[in-house]
Design a protein around this ligand. Structure first.
Ligand code: NAD
Ligand code: ZN
Ligand code: ZN
Length: 338
């Protein structure tokens, strides 16, 4: 089968022929129709993070398609089902985190397109218990980004504890951020969108943002403290550490800063202000299978639709170049097989 493969960090991906994965007990083989391109895939290809991915690696954790084969032991999924394979490829099911509905914290977890091969390929296999079925009303290309950008931002909004009518600031209106704006509006929140590019802020307005700030021109902390006395929650899905510092400065007393983006760097937090203002700083990592089901249902019922542009698998190196420059508005989805 055709796949895009990272052989070495910082080198171009190679489009090559590799064997179709062999199924083990309890697994399904998915014929990949399309796969979204997440900034995490670029971090993986660069080996940016302290925990490195396997090499060679087939990236991709927003892969969706049709089940073509099922192994022994599979009961919940049948041939022909439309499913997606998210970042949480599998977890142990037995540890304190799995047992308490926090499977994304499982220390035995595997991650699609990182510790195991993902969906930048014509086929991808996965444990049946960890693939999620796609509602009929959502087409493959549009639903693909919900398997990471969707579930991650939906979960981050839950973690933010923002309630209907509260103000929430979203920093970074990229693949994740433009979907975050839509989920936030579906949850009846007031949204401030912050980015360093006007084209992203235009997209945020189209997605329903109530206010936009270009942080190259204005200081979001100053503006939001003056106008709103701060926001109940700020969520940073940006790819520059500077955005996280700015996001911190916008949070109202007693509010929440939710850290989601994963640029390389540190976030210096003032101890005095954090204590006196009782600001909560929280990390949020993708979402559980239940979060993903809710996120897909909400998308189906509330018309949440990622803004996508489709490309071929062969275009992946150009797509990564554009992503690095910040030139992608919305999400790129690779069309892999019909
Ligand atoms: P993206 O490239 O599509 O979007 C990044 C956005 O950040 C762009 O719109 C860019 O203009 C904006 N940006 C850059 N510098 C900024 C600044 N100083 N202030 C405000 N905005 C700025 O990336 P993406 O696919 O949306 O991913 C974003 C980040 O989230 C990546 O680091 C990715 O690895 C991470 N991520 C985390 C999780 C999680 O579970 N925590 C899940 C998925 C992705
Ligand atoms: Zn992702
Ligand atoms: Zn576990």
């Amino acid at each position: 089968m055709k796949a895009a493969v990272v052989n070495e960090f910082h080198q171009k991906l190679e489009i090559k022929d590799i064997p179709v994965p062999e199924l083990d007990y309890g697994e399904v083989l998915v014929k990949i129709h399309s796969c979204g391109v997440c900034h995490t895939d670029l971090h993986a290809a660069h080996g940016d993070w302290p925990v490195k991915p396997k090499l060679p690696l087939v990236p991709g954790h927003e892969g969706v398609g049709t089940v073509e084969k099922v192994a022994d032991g599979v009961k919940s999924i049948k041939i022909g089902d439309r499913v997606g394979i998210p970042w949480l490829y599998s977890a142990c099911g037995e540890c304190e985190f799995c047992l308490s509905g926090r499977e994304t914290l499982c220390q035995q977890q595997l991650n699609a397109g990182y510790s195991v091969d993902g969906a930048y390929a014509e086929y991808c296999k996965a444990p049946a218990h960890y693939v999620t079925k796609i509602p009929d009303s959502l087409d493959f290309d549009t639903v693909a980004p919900l398997f990471c950008a969707g579930v991650t931002t939906y979960k981050a909004l839950k973690v933010s504890e923002a309630k209907p009518g509260d103000w929430v600031a979203i920093f970074g209106i990229g693949g994740l951020g433009h979907v975050a704006v839509q989920y936030a509006k579906a949850m009846a929140l007031n949204v401030v969108a912050v980015d360093i590019r006007d084209d992203k802020l235009e997209l945020a307005k189209e997605m329903g943002a109530d206010m936009t700030i270009n942080s190259m021109n204005e200081d979001p902390g100053k503006v939001l403290m003056e106008k709103l006395n701060g926001v109940e929650a700020a969520i940073s899905v940006a790819v520059s550490p500077k955005a996280f510092e700015q996001a911190y400065s916008t949070v109202k007393r007693g509010g929440n800063l939710v850290i989601v983006g994963l640029p390389v760097g540190d976030l210096p937090i003032p101890i005095f202000d954090t204590v006196l203002n009782a600001v909560n700083v929280k990390g949020s990592i993708v979402g559980t299978r239940k979060d993903l089901q809710e996120c897909l249902e909400l998308a189906a019922n509330r018309k949440i639709r990622p803004i996508i542009e489709t490309k071929e698998l062969e275009d992946i190196n150009d797509v990564f170049d554009s992503m690095e420059k910040g030139d992608i508005n919305g999400r790129i989805v690779l069309k892999i097989q019909d």
